[in-house]
Structures are given as structure tokens and as C-alpha cells.
Design a protein around this ligand. Structure first.
Ligand SMILES: Cc1cc2nc3c(=O)[nH]c(=O)nc-3n(C[C@H](O)[C@H](O)[C@H](O)COP(=O)(O)OP(=O)(O)OC[C@H]3O[C@@H](n4cnc5c(N)ncnc54)[C@H](O)[C@@H]3O)c2cc1C
Length: 291
């Protein structure tokens, strides 16, 4: 169903609990809901986890300048911008090869080349914004179990506080993450493969005076990305073959930091490490649309 058809169908409102049911109140679902604040659609955001817990995920995203413009257009950027890392330089290098490829703001004519935002900063700002949108409501914590599609209505079976509830909607949006149940239920197939590497992701606190540079260093074992966060912190994603990544994850703090300093080439001064997460990298593409 197109958005135009959705508008035309508004006369049948009483048969529906909402116009749009967005399954998943993560960054994607919450951003879409906020972007539709003036659409006139009645939107239900269904999220399995309590809002505080959904926002507490420990990870950071690289945001492009365009993503900043999108958040600005929505009206939520003013609550995100003061609390995120901003970089005005990008430095790319190849292992210990001495040459560096540099990008700077003059190349784009912008103040920054990009941003680095922690999950909790973005999702909290979106959740606060949604609280003031009269057309958007939360059903949370609530888990969508199944969806039945008929010609002009979809019925979601949702578990809320241990009880099953039916939600009738005109359109279902699957924003329920990489292993989307909504995608599987809609029989949208995926094609994908595991990479030969895993990522060790973590945050460090450092003493380098400058904190507006994003580094990416390409080692034969995989790339290492270093992205600036506020308060002299950096988000690091260190890619390495699975066994090597597991070994890095298992190292004690002292050994890990000394290896890290060697790989970073001393760019961050003295560093202190945060908790490490080990992530298996995998590519996934949808191979068939609904149409
Ligand atoms: C260290 C790290 C760095 C990353 N950096 C980047 C980056 O720089 N750029 C980037 O684009 N991506 C990055 N990613 C990937 C990033 O996690 C995803 O792009 C992003 O989280 C996707 O958001 P989402 O809202 O689609 O999914 P999710 O964050 O997974 O949110 C899905 C939500 O749906 C809810 N849900 C799931 N199933 C149901 C159900 N049946 N019923 C109700 N609710 C449900 C979940 O509780 C969850 O809150 C990174 C990931 C990691 C781990």
C-alpha cells in the first residue's frame, strides 16, 4: 500500500487501531516515526524492550553529514549535536606504510566531515521527541509474534504483559533489526555470508590534545577504525580474523592496551580501555521485494 492509498483509506479509521504499526523502536523505527510527525497518520511504535533498556545499548554510530541534515529536518538535531563526536579530518593509512590520505572540511565546504553518536544519545533524543508527538504512541514492552496479511488490513498478534493482543493496521513497517521477524514473516528472503573476520568494538579514553580526527588504518588482517567521541573518548572497531579477534578479546587490560598502542601508532597518547564486545561480521541483503 502506498502512502497516498493510506491517506485515502483514512475514512475506514474505526476498523483500525492505527494507520502504521512500526515494529521496533530502535534508531530506525524511532527516526521513521519522528519523520512522520506531521503526516496525519496515527502511528503505533511497538517495542519489545522497556524504553530505558532499548536506549542503553553500548555502541556508537558514524553519522554522515546528510544524516545530520535529516535529524535537523525532523527537529531533533539540537538535542543530539551537543553530545556527539565531530570530526573535521579523516586520515586513511595502510598498515605501517608512511603515506597518509587526508580529507578535510575544505574538500566538502562543511564545518565537519561527519559525526560519531552513541546509541543512547540518539535514541533518548528520539524518544523525548516522540513524547511530544500527538500522532505517535508506544506499545512497549510488547513483542510482535505474528502478522496476518489480508487485502487491506494486517493483524499483528502482540504479547503484552504475558497476554496476547491483536492490532489491526493498514501498514506494517519492519524496523526490528538485522534478524527481522517481520521480514521473515513477509517471506522476504535474504542472501548473505559471514566474513572471515570478527570485530572487537570498544571505547577508549585518551590524552591526545586533538579529538576531531577519524582514523582508518588498513592492516592485512582487517581495518581498524578510530572515531572521536566527546570527553576525549574514541570508539574503536578493530577487525581481525576470528581466532585473532577472540584472542584480542581475551587479553588482559595491560597486554591489550600495549597491542592497541602499537596498532594505533601512538596517535592517542596514554589510553584507558572500556569494556570490549566481540562481534561476528556478516553481510545480509534482501533478495526480493514485496512487489
Ligand atoms: C559496534 C557497532 C557499531 C556500529 N556502527 C554502525 C554505524 O556506524 N552505522 C550503521 O549504520 N550501523 C552501525 N552498526 C549497526 C547498527 O547496530 C544498526 O545499523 C542499527 O542498530 C540498526 O538499527 P535498527 O533500529 O534497525 O535495529 P536495532 O537497533 O536492532 O533495533 C531493533 C529494535 O526492534 C526491537 N524488536 C525486535 N524484534 C521485535 C519484535 N518482534 N517485536 C517488537 N520489537 C522488536 C528490538 O528490541 C530493538 O529495540 C553498528 C553496530 C555495532 C554493534
Amino acid at each position: 500500500m502506498t502512502l497516498e492509498q493510506l491517506s485515502c483509506d483514512n475514512k475506514n479509521e474505526k476498523n483500525f487501531d492505527c494507520d502504521l504499526a512500526i515494529v521496533g523502536g530502535g534508531i530506525v523505527g524511532a527516526t521513521l516515526a519522528c519523520a512522520l510527525k506531521d503526516s496525519g497518520f496515527k502511528i503505533l511504535l511497538i517495542e519489545a524492550q522497556p524504553l530505558e533498556k532499548a536506549a542503553a545499548k553500548r555502541q556508537a554510530y558514524a553519522l554522515s553529514v546528510l544524516s545530520g541534515h535529516i535529524f535537523e529536518g525532523i527537529g531533533v538535531w539540537k538535542d543530539i549535536f551537543p553530545h556527539i563526536g565531530k570530526y573535521s579530518h579523516v586520515r586513511l593509512s595502510d598498515a605501517s606504510f608512511p603515506s597518509i590520505v587526508k580529507f578535510q572540511t575544505a574538500d566538502l565546504g562543511t564545518d565537519f566531515l561527519g559525526y560519531v553518536a552513541e546509541h543512547h544519545v540518539v535514541l533518548k533524543a528520539l524518544q523525548n521527541f516522540i513524547a511530544d508527538c500527538s500522532n505517535i504512541s508506544w506499545l512497549c514492552p510488547a513483542q510482535v509474534e505474528s502478522v496476518e496479511y489480508q487485502k487491506s488490513v494486517a493483524t499483528l498478534s502482540v504479547t503484552v504483559e504475558g497476554k496476547s493482543r491483536q492490532i489491526r493496521t493498514k501498514l506494517v513497517i519492519g524496523a526490528d533489526g538485522a534478524r527481522s521477524r517481520i521480514r521473515s514473516l513477509a517471506e522476504i528472503k535474504t542472501r548473505g555470508w559471514k566474513y572471515w573476520q570478527s570485530c572487537v568494538a570498544f571505547t577508549i579514553k585518551h590524552e591526545a590534545p586533538q579529538n576531531d580526527i577519524a582514523f582508518e588504518r588498513f592492516w592485512p588482517t582487517g581495518p581498524m577504525g578510530v572515531l572521536p567521541l566527546p570527553e576525549n573518548r574514541c570508539q574503536i572497531v578493530w577487525t581481525a580474523p576470528h581466532e585473532q579477534a577472540k584472542a584480542l578479546q581475551a587479553l588482559d587490560e595491560k597486554e591489550f592496551l600495549s597491542k592497541l598502542e602499537a596498532y594505533m601508532g601512538g596517535i592517542a597518547g596514554t589510553i584507558r580501555n572500556g569494556k570490549r564486545s566481540l562481534l561476528i561480521s556478516r553481510a545480509t541483503h534482501a533478495v526480493r521485494s514485496l512487489y
